[in-house]
Ligand binder design. Structure first.
Ligand code: TRP
Ligand code: SF4
Length: 329
């Protein structure tokens, strides 16, 4: 039986952190064998908001590749590629943009939201408005059945479905599938300060952080503010360290909860315990990515190989698209 097809992408905007890992990448890794997976570095997407600052784009794309591989994505089991090396995405983006109603783009909640909130750069651009059409191209070009995405991407996926439907209708074809979101339960990690983990809050633990930095960040985590002395009863539910134990140290969670509530463990020893558990997870990934990044030529070669594979698939779809639109000379 044919495997169902998956597409997902990630912007090369900096280092993958544990929030990204548990929110998305871990899930990508888990899907590799059951589905035909296509995962990509969305460098063109990074330009939709970051068009003016491209100096780190190349390095960020290479290090995202290292993060992918160190996290367990395997080029022999899935297709990993760079968006800008598969020019067919741009061709489909252009063709879809011809028949995408402006109103679909303008009413997109993330568009309105970011327009109101991003003040440090000018995103009143054509490319930023059209970003859901680029995302639709990424997805439809591989005939994706499912797209593993977070809640925030659901409106974009809905636009992709509408675009598929509209294209099929306009050109009396059935070439595009309507992709469905694949919402899998993921482990939720807060940032080191208890808010959502995000680069803009400066509260991340990155795969690229050294083991020493990670230890320091764990020591600096916000705990239950009501606990001053070791024998004060604690409230693990409001403690960031406890939230991390739930992810990295599941088996000890009931014990820690009981001892914390009873005032029988101190926060420092609780953090030391967590340091060990996070290190057991983080250090091997850190070492793997460091090793990979010592040979950037190898990473670039893998990026090209994956992109060639992706291009072969994308071109098959584009032949059908050109034919449906009567532009296949
Ligand atoms: N829009 C996604 C983001 O900003 C990245 C992305 C681009 C994507 N194309 C995609 C995700 C296609 C899933 C499928 O994070
Ligand atoms: Fe948090 Fe652990 Fe301190 Fe309890 S003992 S408040 S769980 S760090």
């Amino acid at each position: 039986m044919q495997k169902k097809i998956i597409v997902s992408g990630s912007r090369p905007t900096g280092n993958i952190h544990l929030g990204n890992y548990f929110g998305a990448i871990a899930n990508w890794v888990a899907l590799q064998d059951e589905y035909e997976c296509n995962y990509f570095i969305a460098d063109w997407h990074a330009l939709t908001t970051g068009y003016a600052e491209t100096k780190d784009l190349r390095q960020n794309s290479i290090s995202l590749m290292a993060d992918f591989l160190a996290s367990g994505l395997d080029p022999s089991r899935c297709t990993i590629f760079l968006q800008s090396l598969v020019r067919q995405h741009a061709e489909l983006f252009l063709l879809l943009s011809m028949n995408t109603p402006l109103s679909w783009l303008e009413r997109c909640p993330t568009y309105k939201d970011q327009l109101a909130n991003i003040k440090d750069r000018d995103i009143t651009t054509y490319g930023f408005l059209g970003y859901p059409a680029l995302m639709a191209s990424d997805i439809l070009i591989y005939g994706a059945d499912y797209v593993p995405v977070g809640e925030d991407q659901i409106p974009h996926l809905e636009i992709s479905r509408e675009m598929a439907r509209r294209f099929n209708h306009l050109y009396s074809t059935e070439i595009f599938k309507e992709p469905l979101p694949l919402l899998t339960k993921s482990k939720v990690l807060p940032g080191t300060d208890g808010r959502k983990m995000s680069k803009s809050y400066g509260n991340t633990i990155a795969l690229a952080d050294t083991p020493e930095e990670v230890r320091k960040k764990v020591m600096g985590m916000i705990t239950d503010p009501a606990r001053i002395r070791k024998d004060d009863p604690g409230h693990p539910d409001v403690c960031t360290v406890f939230a991390f134990h739930k992810v990295f140290n599941e088996s000890e969670v009931p014990e820690i909860e009981e001892k914390c509530k009873g005032g029988c463990i101190g926060c420092v020893s609780c953090k030391k315990n967590l340091q060990e558990k996070i290190a057991a997870f983080h250090t091997p990934i850190y070492e793997k990515r460091t090793e990979l990044l010592s040979d950037p030529d190898y990473l670039v070669r893998l990026i090209h190989e994956g992109s060639d594979k992706a291009m072969t698939k994308a071109e098959i779809m584009m032949k059908k698209v050109r034919q449906a639109m009567q532009i296949d000379f």
